[in-house]
Design a protein around this ligand. Sequence first.
Ligand SMILES: C[S@@+](CC[C@H](N)C(=O)[O-])C[C@H]1O[C@@H](n2cnc3c(N)ncnc32)[C@H](O)[C@@H]1O
Length: 202
Amino acid sequence: MSDYSKANKHTTSFYNKFSFFYPLIDVFLRPQKRILFNEINKLPYGNVLEIGVGNGSNLSYYKKHDITGIDTSQKMLDAAKKIAGEKAVLLLMNGELLGFQDHSFDYVVLSHVLAVAGNPESILEEAYRVLKPGGRIFILNHFTPDNWLKYLDYSFQPVSKAFRFRSLFYLHRLETLKKFILLSETRVSALSYFKLLIYRKA
Ligand SMILES: C[S@@+](CC[C@H](N)C(=O)[O-])C[C@H]1O[C@@H](n2cnc3c(N)ncnc32)[C@H](O)[C@@H]1O
């Protein structure tokens, strides 16, 4: 088993156990999600793939698009299914190996999944593959900023491992993003810690 597969196995097991408590974290993330969905809902009707859809806490924000959500945690998906009704197709699937054809989606949403996934580069490669030409990818995540918060991220590393995410997470190290065209980069919290990035596939 590769290191990435092992990491994904641990992450899945963590989220299976943690699904009950995730709504507590989500309360804190809501203001930035409102900014994300303000952008998504401005765009013309299309089909969206949300990778790492989790417990479906984002589903109520989508106003007009067709939604497919995938996740590796069955427990998170079970919670999402209770909310989704007819609104979304939800599938147990690894974002690093998507079971969709090339050019299947108009939009891909990565909301707090990149710093959690075993191999974020594979998630981005797969997102690129399944996006239609001209399609957009929305990335909402924390990124280690170039200010004193980087020391906090650094010191938090041992704890963050236990919670299955990378506290030290640099945007400029994500090589696959170079394949996309950056449309906007918005700080969605103080001190540039959380960012919303919107890219287009050429
Ligand atoms: C922090 S939660 C974010 C949930 C939701 N997107 C949100 O913004 O609230 C991360 C989710 O990503 C899922 N995840 C982690 N690695 C994944 C992968 N390789 N493929 C699909 N989902 C993954 C986890 O199971 C978890 O449900």
